[in-house]
Design a protein around this ligand. Structure first.
Ligand code: 15L
Length: 270
């Protein structure tokens, strides 16, 4: 049987770098696309390095050739100017989805973010956590772009029958220590991140799904029900870092899911 080829855009970013070794497996080739320089393939590592932009239709068409599934992480991962956010995150995602559809890629996984619903209130958290499939309440231009990415995914599913899963990622970092106390709520451990992407890659006919990407943290405010329905099982909990974070200051914006993004100036890189 031919190898499964998975294209990852934005593979040189934080999440992409964490996923590269974790999503490697026998029978799979990872095609890694980024504008930034990437570590060349190690001996025996089944990766194809591609340099290109998600906003370049020709580069994306070529990158999508022979691909079975696509994980779209590319784009600005924080607040930026409206123009840059519009171009790279919103226009870029349309270019990616269009190239995927034309290449016949049936399964696409989109990196959305907690910031698409950053202005939902912490004190209005329902039992079990905020549901994944809730309408946008973005906290930044970045959050608006993530809501648009979700909408584009929904459109490409309904128009073309592609399976599209948009993940509202909490905070995917090596450990929550870099995030401060908010990380005890929002952390998606890298190993859980890989478990989640594997579930998204293998769930039979998911259609369009909006899910949360978070570990089973004691303090989590997001529902895991939707991700678990695809086969995800979190094995990590940020609480093991609580002692190390107990004296760290709480960030601003603690009354909202988006935390400090809710109080940062709009349109300024932070
Ligand atoms: C995000 O969406 C960002 O991409 C990431 O860098 C973190 O800031 C994360 O949200 C967060 O809320 O911690």
């Amino acid at each position: 049987m031919a190898d499964q080829r998975v294209l990852i855009t934005g593979s040189a970013g934080i999440v992409g770098t964490l996923m590269r070794p974790r999503l490697a497996k026998a029978g799979r080739v990872l095609r890694l696309l980024d504008l930034a320089e990437q570590t060349p393939a190690a001996d025996g590592e089944a990766v194809e390095i591609v340099t290109g932009s998600v906003t370049d239709p020709d580069a994306m068409a070529k990158a999508c050739e022979g691909v079975d599934a696509l994980i779209h992480l590319g784009g600005h991962s924080r607040e930026n100017s409206w123009e840059a956010t519009l171009d790279v995150n919103i226009n870029g995602t349309q270019v990616v989805l269009d190239a995927a559809q034309k290449a016949g890629i049936q399964r696409v996984i989109l990196a959305s973010s907690n910031h698409s619903v950053g202005f939902r209130r912490v004190d209005e958290t329902p039992e079990g956590g905020h549901p994944a499939d809730s309408s946008p309440r973005p906290d930044t231009y970045y959050g608006v772009s993530k809501a648009a990415i979700e909408a584009l995914g929904s459109l490409y599913h309904d128009r073309f029958g592609m399976d599209v899963i948009a993940i509202r990622i909490g905070s995917c970092f090596e450990s929550p220590l870099v995030l401060g106390p908010r990380g005890l709520v929002t952390w998606l451990s890298p190993d859980d991140g890989a478990r989640l992407f594997e579930a998204c890659l293998s769930a039979p006919s998911p259609g369009y799904k909006l899910i949360w990407g978070v570990s089973d943290n004691t303090r989590r405010l997001y529902s895991l029900t939707e991700a678990e329905s695809l086969g995800y099982k979190s094995l990590d909990n940020a609480e093991v870092y609580a002692e190390q974070l107990k004296d760290k200051p709480l960030p601003s914006g603690g009354e909202w899911l988006g935390g400090p993004f809710c109080t940062a100036p709009l349109g300024h890189f932070n």
